[in-house]
Write a protein that binds this ligand. Sequence first.
Ligand code: ATP
Ligand code: MG
Length: 339
Amino acid sequence: MGKENQDEWIVKCPKCGRIRESCRHVSRDDVRRILRLLDAGVEVYQADDDREPPESHVHEPPRPVAQAVQPRFTLKDIVLAETTREGLLDALTELRHKGLMYRRWGLKKVLKKTKGLTLLFAGPPGTGKTMAAEAIASELGRPLHVVNYAQLENMWVGETEKNIEHVFHTALDAGAVLFFDEADAVFQRRSYMATPWMNRDVNVLLAQMENYPGVVVLATNLAKVMDRALDRRIDIAVEFPMPDAPMRRMIYEHLVPKEAPLAKGVDFESLAQKYALSGGSILNVVRQAMRTSLRRGKRHRITMEDFIRAADREVKKSLLTSADHLQAPPRRERIGGYA
Ligand SMILES: Nc1ncnc2c1ncn2[C@@H]1O[C@H](COP(=O)(O)OP(=O)(O)OP(=O)(O)O)[C@@H](O)[C@H]1O
Ligand SMILES: [Mg+2]
């Protein structure tokens, strides 16, 4: 291990598996001593037969885990607003030059520890937040560990605190980017919560985040309902706005494959001008236009008409999904002409 990799070093306790800072068995000073020894090039061995099985493997119940995802996207795949791109590049710059900032530029002396990086991605559905989390991981050459609300609910069962710790430790061990999807549901403002036990669990999560030396990304559609205690723990907040017309045009160009047989007259510019859709909805339009074209037969090309029908349908779909079907049905006579 070279000196420049010091930030990546992980000290693992053979008894409880805890890492980096300290635990019941290994003090902070011990950890520092180990790092000094490693720095000097010392190698430490333990004979196989002397080794005690780690406590964490004995009688430990299986713990819920985050879902490990191999990132598929890079930054080039995402059409980004300028401010969004700036935020992502800031994050990548710090992560790539952490050693320089903390050691050579002395940040570690001020903070007394190497801090992790917590990012908030906030914006409407389908604006590229999940894509960007994958892109951050792939730009860093790391896996992505995804935790969504359903997985966290599993952690509330049984030993919540240990379950949550386990997720953070596993991510750190794997050098993964830890991604909390639907973070608004997870980190709801405590005053919004129904039961006090949930309060305690948010505290546990916040404490873990505070001490976590790795990368955490939180994604939300509803930043407003999130616990205000999070604000202080977020290092970089990145906004994912609805794309404007020039961005929508670029998204069509990204999402319609070169191989797709387009008819003459398909005009992304006018689709982008006419329909104010998110990137996720544009993906649906592209797929629907392909389906409509295929229903005419494989030899047919995808026409502008196919795209227009698909986009009209996508706009109607969003009206349909935003309607509240639990409301009493409108009185027949009020639906003018169709009653
Ligand atoms: N800015 C974009 N550039 C290119 N493609 C995009 C963009 N935004 C969305 N897409 C397309 O839409 C799909 C869905 O986007 P994504 O899952 O990243 O949205 P999201 O912001 O995470 O939404 P949600 O809040 O619902 O989780 C992507 O896989 C991609 O195909
Ligand atoms: Mg998402």
